[in-house]
Design a protein around this ligand. Structure first.
Ligand SMILES: C[N+](C)(C)CCCC[C@H](N)C(=O)O
Ligand SMILES: O=C(O)CCC(=O)C(=O)O
Length: 505
């Protein structure tokens, strides 16, 4: 027979303990609960057990009138009144402990780790088919119907996740998978590495200098073109990690090169056309269409949103020399700047740089706002460097520097240029017909040496979002995120080829 559990009323903490109102049967011997309840824990809510099955915990909670003690009239639970029972409880079915805590639900992942989720946040993120369109993955529920004082009717820790019943004309049941809650925990954040908020590649970025020439990332054309997409995934994963990747064995034709670009997504058309096939004839009003050397730069600094990728394929170079390709890892150069010249790094991260493309009478491109964007752009949530934007040839008048910043800024870009042009940073490679190179235009700067003779280069731009979308879709297929793996067995989770709990949504 169940011994009367001793419930002690405890003074409320200034900040209620996350496990206040612990909603699970427990036999309140302080040492049994000590891992969870620190002295001064708030009065425990009276819990009337509706049904207690070892593998689920289903409760409806009513605020107790008496906080002195809470008698739990319970059907016989299967746990003995053993001080070890909480650990056993977690161990037996490894379910988190949940606690209704005013306007939040607290989840105890283990005695040291817990999260709190606001009721309004949970309700807003319900992904049942009534609240979240299973095919389009769009919110159907009207966020603004959520009362500010919303509290659950019912909370339950089940093997599938946290199940909450919300009060409404028809009580509404929401399920939140444990892995999804853990991944999206914001109080506190439980993300292991804050360095990258960008999960699409699920890879780390590998910074490199000139020594990359010993083993540059490369993949065979037939692998990239293979319909199973494994090679395409490898190609884009390499670009994510290194900022560039060669493709060998490409037929030296614009048609084959265009098909290669289209494996990633639709081509981004610009004033230079869709798929470009160019030479030094000034067919377009840009020095790329000359024989001049081009210093390390990223393209499209005159666009509000520079293209994400550039594909280059040298189709021919006859009766002349030169025209070597230069690649520089802008993230590597920036890491050196940050280490050696932090003030300059800060200026490059703050001072916007205007730019223009004005070589065609019919076009005059400048970014919006026209003051432009800093050379170095960071993720506002993680502080991580996410974009390098630099083309000193396309830079417009610096007419918004304060007088005291002018010389500092020129000192900063001088140091930046020294980093970019150092022997340690520059990777010179002579492209050949048959080997194309795909470059992350938000990270790797490219350029070329001067040349003479007849030189024909073709390629295309791909938008940054098309690149990231394709890599995200391939990552779903070849390296699904932990949440997708953990939630695959939940009914109605996979709809229209996508898991509704995908961490990108
Ligand atoms: C690539 N393609 C030859 C088409 C155009 C090159 C444009 C280069 C321009 N100065 C920029 O930096 O964006
Ligand atoms: O001609 C080349 O090798 C590269 C030209 C260039 O830098 C560009 O098109 O942005």
């Amino acid at each position: 027979m169940l011994k009367q559990p001793l419930a002690r009323s405890l003074q409320a903490l200034s900040r209620p303990h996350p496990l206040q109102g612990l909603t699970r049967p427990f036999f309140c011997r302080s040492h049994a609960l000590s891992p969870y309840l620190t002295p001064g824990c708030p009065p425990l809510l009276l819990i009337s057990l509706q049904s207690f099955q070892p593998h689920t915990r289903s409760f409806t909670t009513h605020p107790s009138r008496s906080s002195a003690s809470a008698t739990v009239a319970a059907p016989k639970p299967s746990y003995s009144d053993d001080p070890q029972h909480l650990t056993d409880l977690l161990a037996v079915d490894d379910l988190p402990i949940i606690s209704l805590d005013g306007n939040q639900v607290a989840i105890g992942w283990d005695p040291q780790t817990w999260s709190r989720f606001h009721n309004i946040w949970l309700r807003d993120h319900c992904r049942c088919p009534k609240c979240f369109h299973p095919v389009t993955k769009q919110r159907l529920f009207n966020t603004f119907d959520i009362p500010k004082d919303l509290t659950p009717l019912h909370a339950e820790a089940t093997p599938l996740g946290l199940e909450v019943t919300w009060p409404s004309k028809e009580p509404h049941v929401s399920l939140y998978p444990w892995s999804w809650l853990h991944h999206n925990s914001y109080d506190p954040s439980l993300k292991k590495h804050q360095s990258s908020s960008d999960d699409i590649g699920r890879h780390r970025k590998i910074l490199w200098g000139s020594k990359i020439q010993q083993s540059p990332p490369i993949i065979a054309y037939e692998d990239v073109m293979a319909p199973d997409n494994r090679g395409l995934y490898k190609w884009l994963s390499n670009v994510y990690e290194f900022g560039f990747c060669f493709v060998s064995g490409v037929p030296a034709t614009p048609e084959a090169t265009e098909q290669l670009a289209l494996r990633i997504g639709f081509i981004r058309e610009t004033q230079y056309g869709k798929f470009w096939d160019f030479t030094s004839d000034l067919a377009k009003g840009d020095t790329a269409y000359t024989t001049l050397a081009l210093g390390a730069h990223t393209d499209n600094t005159y666009f509000t949103d520079p293209c994400g990728l550039q594909l280059f394929h040298l189709l021919s170079h006859t009766e002349g020399t030169g025209g070597e390709t230069l690649l520089v890892d802008g993230f590597y150069a920036a890491s050196i700047m940050k280490e050696l010249h932090p003030e300059a790094y800060d200026l490059l991260s703050r001072v916007p740089v205007p730019a223009h493309a004005a070589g065609e009478p019919s076009e005059l491109y400048t970014p919006y706002p026209q003051s432009g964007y800093p050379v170095l752009r960071h993720d506002s949530t993680t502080g991580e460097l996410i974009q390098v934007r630099w083309n000193n040839d396309d830079r417009s008048v610096m007419n918004h520097l304060t007088p005291e910043l002018v010389e500092k800024w020129y000192d900063a870009i001088r140091l930046w240029n020294e980093c970019l042009t150092s022997a340690d940073s520059e990777y010179w490679v002579q492209l050949r017909p048959g080997t194309a190179v795909l470059v992350d235009n938000h990270r790797v700067l490219h350029g070329r040496s001067a040349f003479n003779g007849k030189r024909r280069m073709c390629g295309a731009y791909i938008g940054v979002d098309e690149y990231r979308s394709k890599l995200a879709v391939l990552s779903e297929q070849f390296s699904p995120d932990a949440i997708v793996k953990a939630t695959n067995d939940i009914p109605d989770t996979h709809v229209n080829g996508r898991n509704i709990w995908n961490s990108a949504l």
